[in-house]
Design a binder for this molecule. Structure first.
Ligand code: XMP
Length: 329
């Protein structure tokens, strides 16, 4: 039975005990709750010796870069450099359809960008940054490598979460993982006492590989990413307007690599199909599909087909975890 104030105090002690008074620390902000709370915590402990980087990998949601940079700068006063690496990521992902390959490529490109960020910083400071902050949570740790005696049945890696174990190799950075014993709801509580805005803390989790695991198949094909962004935004805004956002663990749209026949106006169409996924969960380890009212779903589906060019069919995912995972890839 531990209080978050104690966790905060304890963590600050751990961080200042670990990071020397002259040491510099780098952090990759994903725009999610975890890395933001981790960075805010480290910033509180060591101030301007923390250097954050936010990478636009071209796989972000609608207006995401603008929205998160605003929070980092205006609300949290975090020192953040924004790197636009869209071209680099999409070039590497061209033609790739295997989900694990996508994750590997994305993980590798992230590392390349951190590396060059760290090297530039080294030149600027005249010394090497020594530590890397990661927002790893307890479920990430056990799902990637269940501790012995945890009673968990899976002994292999289910998904290669890029934020576990993915380190810039030649930089030899040491890890600072202040959230690695916490579950998601505890991270939110910790963020609250660190004055992270409530709306930001309540954002649904978003996977590191971003829309790459929500566009099934080749993410660079046609305008899949742009279609997905528009569909996802309509779905999320509708959920917010209906007052349902906080009752849902994660909601998102998925772009399917198929076409279906439709009729729009007088025209027969052969267009894209999108799936809507919403689940409730405590920690992401298991999840139940969310049962929307039919009227709500009807409104969302109509809005999507009426306003997103290239989509003529909307389906809903009604499986829980297990047997499905939350993401489709
Ligand atoms: P699954 O799909 O495995 O997802 O049921 C459980 C939670 O993890 C997120 N997720 C990821 N997060 N890198 C991440 O940082 C990944 O590769 C990844 N894959 C899944 C997912 O969104 C859900 O919250």
């Amino acid at each position: 039975d531990w209080k978050m104030e104690d966790v905060l105090e304890e963590e600050i002690k751990v961080i200042t005990g670990m990071v020397g008074p002259e040491d510099h620390v780098i952090c990759a902000l994903s725009g999610g709750v975890d890395s933001t709370v981790a960075a805010t915590l480290v910033h509180k402990a060591i101030g301007e010796r923390l250097h954050c980087v936010f990478v636009d990998n071209g796989l972000l949601r609608y207006k995401e870069r603008e929205r998160v940079m605003e929070t980092f700068q205006s609300d949290l006063h975090l020192p953040v450099t924004c790197v636009d690496a869209t071209e680099q990521f999409l070039t590497e992902l061209k033609g790739v359809v295997d989900p694990e390959k996508k994750r590997k490529i994305i993980g590798r490109e992230f590392i390349n960008i951190f590396d060059s960020f760290a090297h530039k910083l080294e030149t600027k400071l005249g010394k090497k940054p020594i530590y890397l902050v990661q927002g790893t949570l307890y479920p990430d740790v056990i799902e990637s490598c269940p501790p012995p005696g945890s009673g968990r049945t899976h002994s292999h890696t289910i998904k290669s979460h890029h934020n576990v174990g993915g380190l810039p190799k030649d930089m030899k950075l040491k890890l600072v993982e202040p959230l690695k014993l916490l579950f998601k709801d505890e991270v939110r509580d910790l963020g609250r006492i660190l004055n992270v805005p409530e709306a930001f803390l309540k954002r649904h989790p978003f996977p590191g590989p971003g829309l790459a695991v929500r566009v099934l198949g080749d993410v660079t094909e046609g305008n899949a990413l742009e279609i997905l962004r528009q569909v996802d935004e309509i779905f999320i805004q509708s959920i917010k307007e209906a007052g349902l956002y906080d009752s849902i663990w994660q909601a998102f749209a998925v772009f399917l690599p198929i076409r279906s026949v439709g009729v729009q106006g007088d025209q027969r169409t052969h267009s894209h199909v999108v799936a809507l996924r919403a689940v409730t969960s405590q920690d992401g380890m298991t999840a139940d599909w969310y049962n929307f009212e039919h009227k709500f779903l009807d409104g969302v589906a109509r809005k999507i087909c009426n306003s997103v060019r290239g989509v003529n069919r909307v389906v809903q995912d009604i499986t829980s975890k297990p047997p499905s995972t939350i993401e489709w890839e």
